[in-house]
Design a protein around this ligand. Sequence first.
Ligand SMILES: *Cc1c(COP(=O)(O)O)cnc(C)c1O
Length: 352
Amino acid sequence: MSPTPSTPVDLRSDTVTRPTAAMRAAMDAAPVGDDVFADDPSVNALQSKIAELLGFEAALFVPTGTQSNLCAILSHCQRGDEYIVGQQAHCYRWEGGGAAVFGSVQPQPIDHQPDGTLALAAIEAAIKPDDAHFARTRLLALENTIGGKVLPFDYVAQATQLARDRGLSRHLDGARLFNAAVAQAAERGTDARSEARRIAECFDSVSVCFSKGLGAPVGSALCGSRELIVRAHRIRKMAGGGMRQSGLLAAAASHALEHHIDRLANDHALARRLADALRDVPGLSVETPQTNLLFVDLVGDARSRSTELLAHLKREGVLATGLYRLRFATHLDVDTDGIDHAARAIRSFFNA
Ligand SMILES: *Cc1c(COP(=O)(O)O)cnc(C)c1O
């Protein structure tokens, strides 16, 4: 075994990154004001930058992706409305039911297909007729990437066109939109920014996280029309998300947009490197990662050794999440050596 690294190889999530020295310098240099008075130049600059980058009129800086999705859903929907969403979508499954709790907006979840999409026929079938028995179907919410998978662009175009034809608004939870854009750009030989904008243009609102692969400490942005962002701003206030000298955080996010988009390709390469290093290990079924999230299923007898494996990895200085289905997230704070160490630690557990 290689020596255990002094800081763990932390593959639990791409949220664990710490701001780089250059990002801290940008934060230190940021001019700030009081954003509740719309007076913080660094927040205003970030909001203009992300809105322009994704082709929207306006944007709102919010503390978390959860609050961003909440502001979006409550801006699109009224009490008694519903949104169509995937069973595994963050804004249905992983946000404490916020849209229902705070907004009396009912989710209409539908199953995903293996590629992460929601079948067009299933979306169509979930749209309710205008009838007093039913909630009013108002919104289609997609997520890209979803479980690390990039939604095929043609699918995004078709699903959002279907929603538009049926009078629904369209929201994208693009927490990892730039991972999708970087993967799509590599495939099409284009650049990540134009791919991000191409995806975003299919939607009425888009939420992006700065605190995931982009490596900022805190924050997300919701983008949309000026009118939508005015509504979202009120909801952010009600949710307690009006921040003051948040320019310190916005400066980190702006730095990330300038310096950390294209480098997401490294994270994707590291996820593939780990997958390739594990493929022949008996007891493991290794997915081929499309972006920075690698899923590995424990199969056969190995299933009963799941907790033992995670404990072994922890002793070896490797952190991951999951039970029978492990998740390894690559990010700014892991490198080739860390990934190779993780692969050796996993292989040694299986004597492979
Ligand atoms: C992380 C994440 C969010 C928001 O997370 P916060 O922890 O609230 O910032 C939303 N959607 C998706 C898909 C995510 O991965």
